[in-house]
Every structure is written in C-alpha cells, then in structure tokens.
Design a protein around this ligand. Sequence first.
Ligand SMILES: [Zn+2]
Length: 156
Amino acid sequence: MDSRIERLIKGEPSEREEILAEAEDDFLREVIEIIMGCKKGYYSVSQQTELKSLDQQHGGVVKRLLSKNIPFHRKEKLLRETGSSFIHKLLKPKQHRRRKDCPVPGCNSLGLLQLHNHLYQVHEYDKSKRNHWLSVARLRKAGINQDAEPCHFIPQ
Ligand SMILES: [Zn+2]
C-alpha cells in the first residue's frame, strides 16, 4: 500500500493537505476505493457519530464520497478541496484479527485466533452451535468495544 495512506491517517493536517493537493489521480482513486470498500461494522458507533457530524459540517461531503452514484472526478475534486480536514477519519487503519477466548463453560482455551476452528475441532459442534458460541464470544468482546454494532451510516 502507498505510504502516503499511512501519512494521511497519522500525519498533521498540513501534511494531509499537501499530500491531497499534490496527489495524482491514481492515488486519489486508491484512497476513494479504500473508503468505499468499507464493510458494515467497519466503523465503530462512536466513529459513525463522528462521521455524521463531519458530513454535516462539510455539506454532505462524506456521504457524497461514499456514494456509488457520484462520478470519480467529482469525488477527486471533493477530496482535493476539503479532504484534508476529515480523510484521516475515513481511512481507519485495518484492525488485526482479535484473539478470542473460548466462551464454552468449562473450556479454558484462551486467546484463540481461530475460535471457529476450535469450536469445530475441539468441541465438534455443528454449525448452529458454532454460530451460537461465536456470537456469545462477539458479545463479550462488545462489552469492551462496540465494533459489533452494524453500521447504519455507510450506504451499501
Ligand atoms: Zn473451547
């Protein structure tokens, strides 16, 4: 991935402005593709609230950037003109797969990368049982953060 993406996320506002102003079309297209590729649940509830207020502050620009009905060259213009003030919020760094503890009572397996496989191989659960325990594990995680909430803001 282009190192400018990381600088857009972590850099100072002046750096973001400079990158977007000097960026070639291909790079802006990459940025737009990343933010449009956001899946449901990509943004946490607090981030969605933040994006909504950014959208209102900037005359609906966030929604227009994410819309499938707006041609690329118009999005490119939007990004160059106003993107530096909010692009770092849209380009959240990808989260690593979180380790999960097995939620099955009596099982002491902790920090599993593949809870799904563990439920299948160790507990030999069928699909509906696996899904049940996966959702239990997700809800427990959600007590720590709210990323499990569906995304209502991003049009699909
Ligand atoms: Zn287990």
